[in-house]
Design a protein around this ligand. Structure first.
Ligand code: ADP
Ligand code: MG
Length: 492
């Protein structure tokens, strides 16, 4: 339907406000919608700018917050949680170990057969998606579901996996939400993130909850390590490469962990471990700084989220939110600049309808007519036959949002490197540092990943960049938890 007909129809309605609407429409008809869309894109681009100077301020703010969070409980928005992981895998580990990974869209169970220096002899896993109603229901429902899947998985163990006689199976539990750790195998939930919201669980020991469910489901297994996905990734990364000292997750949510000197943790009054080191779970998703480039889209998405005011950094950089930010920008363009013609596509009003993998597919579309973009707009938003100019605008918005996220993530990594003195020379040399990366966003969103890596190089400079490596530690979080169950085994 042409715009003229719609304008005439409105006039035909002949109410005062309809006349006002006509004037607005009339103006729009006479100005090219792409000009107005261009203005919105330009404004977005301006607000999302992340020049190196800004990124340095953000990195410095991250370092400052890290210090504050280590100094005292509640000293910072960064929890800087003590994990009780004071030793990481060494490749002396032997035997069969299980892991259970809960922390986002999917839930995984896995087992490994460890063969000392030869590494992982066998590994098997199963992945199950979590029914959304369990994310907001009763704790028993969620944990029974998990324990039942675990029971099924144990039942499928064959003779390749060799449990030593007289031993109980052991499990590392990766639970990727903020937990106040009480020991290596217990901890209480601080709050939910990433769309989970089971009020009754907050303040409870998550391992005790899991144990009860395992008892109900008849699972005989000891939970030997409670870890966070970042800590698991760090352990998995270290198993493969001794220079790994930092882990970053970019998946549904985002978080980081790193190896800290025990002496640099003033808030820790417990006995210092023999290693002199302690893994810190930063919970960096909750980082916030006045330097962060926040837009109206970020602010309204945050205000309408399950956890307003929280996880602001995560909402800028992680997979759960990038697609939703894109939707919000497109919605405004549809409303104010007729990006998709006179009608605002009804589907575009649905929160989280545009998911980050879809955004990624559109962003990576290299076909001359942006065929993938056209298909996604049609399939997801039910907008048929978009012109190339519209598709180009969509790609531009994807690029702005993903670039901002990737660059901010790089700034966060620089903040950690600064904190541990790995952003330059130390004792006359530049030490090697390897950062274990995991998460579907980092793994699959190539443009995001490349931008993050390029930005980090830019930030640390050419000389240091040769000594800073990012490695994809695929499923490190799951395997890492099994490895941590091994090096914190009840039989050691
Ligand atoms: P989780 O973070 O839920 O534990 P993953 O690490 O597998 O699980 O990350 C899944 C998230 O990664 C998805 O929610 C999505 O945001 C992002 N993701 C997955 N696949 C892609 C993709 N192809 N492109 C961009 N992002 C992706
Ligand atoms: Mg994960």
């Amino acid at each position: 339907m042409g715009k003229v007909t719609v304008g005439a129809a409105v006039i035909g309605g002949a109410a005062v406000c309809a006349a006002a609407a006509y004037i607005v429409r009339f103006r729009m008809r006479n100005s090219d919608p792409y000009v107005k869309c261009g203005d919105i894109v330009k404004e977005l681009e301006e607000k999302c700018r992340t020049p190196v100077s800004k990124l340095r301020h953000i990195a410095d703010a991250m370092t400052v917050e890290m210090h504050a969070g280590l100094a005292s409980e509640g000293g910072s928005k960064l929890k800087m949680l003590i994990t009780y992981v004071d030793n990481l895998p060494t490749r002396d580990e032997q035997g069969v170990y299980y892991a259970l990974d809960l922390g986002g869209t999917n839930f995984r169970v896995l087992r490994v057969q460890l063969a000392g220096k030869s590494g992982i002899e066998y590994k098997e896993f199963a992945e199950v998606s979590i029914p959304p109603e369990l994310m907001v229901g009763a704790p028993e429902a969620l944990f029974d579901y998990i324990a039942a899947e675990l029971a099924k998985f144990i039942a499928s163990e064959n003779e390749k996996f060799r449990l030593l006689p007289g031993r109980q199976r052991e499990l590392g539990f990766t639970f990727s939400f903020p937990v106040l750790q009480l020991s290596i195998d217990s901890g209480t939930l601080i709050r939910w993130t990433k769309g989970f919201s089971i009020g009754e669980m907050v303040g409870k020991d998550v391992v005790a909850e899991l144990r009860k469910a395992m008892d109900r489901q008849g699972v005989d297994m000891r939970v030997s390590a409670l870890v966070n996905d970042t800590v698991g990734t760090l352990a998995g990364g270290r198993y493969d490469n001794k220079d790994v000292a930092v882990a970053v997750i970019l998946g549904t949510g985002s978080n980081a962990a790193y190896v800290e000197r025990a002496q640099a943790i003033p808030k820790w009054h417990g006995p210092h471990p023999k290693s002199g080191e302690m893994v810190i779970n930063m919970e960096w998703g909750n980082f916030k700084s006045s330097h962060l480039p926040l837009t109206e889209y970020d602010n309204t998405m945050d205000a309408e989220s399950l956890n307003p005011g929280e996880q602001i950094y995560e909402k800028l950089i992680s997979g759960m939110y990038l697609g939703e930010l894109l939707r919000r920008v497109l919605y405004r363009m549809a409303n104010e600049a007729a990006l998709f013609g006179d009608m605002v596509p009804p589907k575009l009003k649905t929160q989280f309808i545009l998911r980050t993998p879809e955004m990624c597919a559109m962003h990576h579309d290299t076909s001359p007519d942006l065929k993938v973009v056209g298909e996604k707009l049609k399939d997801i938003l039910e907008i048929p036959n978009t012109p190339l100019s519209t598709r180009k605008i969509v790609v531009e918005v994807c690029n702005i949002i993903a670039t901002r996220g990737a660059r901010l993530a790089a700034a966060g990594i620089l903040g950690i490197l600064k904190k541990i003195g790995r952003d330059g020379f130390r004792d006359g040399a530049i030490p090697e540092i390897v950062i274990a990366m995991d998460g579907g966003l980092y793994e699959h969103y190539t443009k995001y990943r490349n931008c993050l890596e390029k930005t980090l190089e830019e930030l640390v400079g050419d000389k240091v960049a040769n000594h800073v490596k990012l490695i994809l530690s695929n499923d490190g979080s799951g395997i890492g938890a099994a490895l941590l169950a091994a090096c914190h085994s009840q039989y050691i």
